[in-house]
Design a protein around this ligand. Structure first.
Ligand code: AMP
Ligand code: GLY
Length: 421
């Protein structure tokens, strides 16, 4: 098979690394990719908004399968574009625009969860016209207050505010365009107190398989302090997810979600990322994503021993229920090396060195680029350093030791991934 991966981060490097190992993969392309993915296949620089250009590339290069990493192209309708007659023979792992609203619209996701009785925080959907119902809703729940921009806001559209008056004023600012069009609708939620974890399903819209669960660490500082980031590290498996919790996740959340997708006749072939929170032993959905997580992918895929291309092949041909994933008993930990200053302002183009001889960890490129024949930093999140070990604490230690060896100006990383487990 010839395969195209869409995206350019650590998740896409991990996908490329895993797909490259399959004997079923002949040519592998990554669009646009990064210097890490270039070790697994050929990077292709095309504008991801140019659906016709991407289709043309696939037709010219006999691409059989497209795997979409990030949410934006999905919400933007890339999968829908491939459903037209000329490219209907090309399979896409990634849902259509309508189905991607499970991530692309918080209001859509909440309505869906309510309809299918999936446990989630109580909520109220507000626009400028009915802001007073939002004020009333907040007055009747205890704080803190969770305000979510309905649309995609690059991971920044959620505010958690303790004070009621401050929450009201932020609600008004959001509806006035604080996050542009994304916050024309705001979902207000009651605050759930618990510990978060992530579960991933691969579905054809009717049947599904589950991938290993993971926990990511979103705050920039040790001890879960400081600003929220895209993710500073992750662990898989998650020790507190025991059989009892796992059964509740399956029965109360996964099954009704997949059934809802089926009953709503969504054209959904791809990953469902369940962002969950364990509230006193009961799982609730914080959010759905229509893709794999980053950096969760960098710990989930290394634990999967099965051939991922075989799995995708079964998925797109309607046989996903015949799949039985073989999972490594080892734990995986990833430590995300970031640019100093991230998630605020940071400098780019810092030369990276010291990674070439590392063999005890996998190094996935997240925000890197070429500059004057050197590999340099190009983003806030730079490299994910993943280690497999039977003891996750040992895996974290090895990743940190290797992160220590990798050099670029102003590097930063957390040294306590998994501290709470
Ligand atoms: P989301 O984009 O919906 O995942 O929200 C971003 C983060 O905000 C989540 O990962 C949680 O840490 C937090 N969060 C969102 N909704 C809630 C909630 N209802 N209760 C507590 N924390 C929340
Ligand atoms: N690590 C969280 C996400 O990918 O959304």
């Amino acid at each position: 098979m010839n395969i195209l991966i869409i995206g350019s981060g650590g998740r896409e490097h991990a996908l490329a690394w895993k797909i490259r190992q399959s004997h079923r993969c002949i040519n592998l392309y990554i669009m646009p990719g990064n210097p890490g993915t270039a070790q697994c296949g050929t990077n292709i620089n095309l504008d991801l908004h140019d659906h016709e250009g991407i289709k043309l590339f696939c037709l010219k290069n006999d691409v059989d399968l497209v795997v979409v990493g990030p949410e934006a192209p999905l919400v933007d309708g890339l999968t829908d574009a491939f459903r037209s007659d000329d490219t209907a023979h090309i399979s896409v792992v990634g849902p259509t625009a309508y189905a991607s609203q499970l991530e692309g619209s918080k209001a859509f996701a909440k309505k869906f969860m309510k309809k299918y009785k999936i446990p989630t925080a109580a909520y109220n959907e507000v626009t400028k016209e009915n802001i007073s119902t939002g004020y009333d809703f907040m007055s009747n729940i205890p704080g803190p207050y969770v305000l979510k921009a309905d649309g995609l806001a690059a991971g920044k559209g959620v505010l958690i505010i303790n004070d009621l008056e401050e929450a009201k004023s932020q609600l008004s600012e959001m509806l006035d365009g604080k996050f542009g069009k994304a916050s024309e609708i705001v979902v207000i939620e009651e605050f759930l107190s618990g510990i978060e974890f992530s579960v991933f399903a691969l579905t054809d819209g009717k049947n599904y398989i589950l991938l290993p669960e993971a926990k990511d660490y979103k705050r920039v500082g040790n001890g879960d302090t400081g600003l929220n980031t895209g993710g500073m590290g992750a662990i898989s498996p998650v020790p507190f997810v025991d059989d009892i919790l796992w059964q509740k996740v399956i029965n109360n959340i996964i099954k009704p979600t997949i059934e809802g997708i089926h009953l709503e006749q969504m054209d959904y072939i791809g990953f469902v990322f369940f962002g969950l929170i364990n509230v006193a032993g009961n799982p609730y959905v914080i959010e759905y994503n229509c893709r794999l997580g980053d950096p969760e992918t960098e710990v989930v895929l290394p634990r999967i021993e099965s051939d991922l291309v075989e799995v995708f092949d079964k998925l797109v041909n309607g046989h996903i229920s015949d799949c039985h994933l073989t999972i490594s008993p080892d734990a995986a930990a990833t430590v995300m090396m970031v640019s100093g200053g991230y998630p605020g302002d940071f400098e780019k183009n810092k030369i990276i060195s010291g990674y070439e001889d590392i063999i005890s960890s996998l190094i996935f490129h997240s925000g890197t680029d070429y500059f004057n024949q050197e590999i340099v930093t190009s983003g806030g999140r730079v490299l994910a350093v993943t280690t497999l070990h039977r003891d996750f604490k040992e895996a974290v230690k090895i990743s940190i030791r290797n992160a220590n060896k990798i050099m670029y100006e102003n590097k930063n990383y957390r040294t306590d991934i998994g501290f709470d487990l």
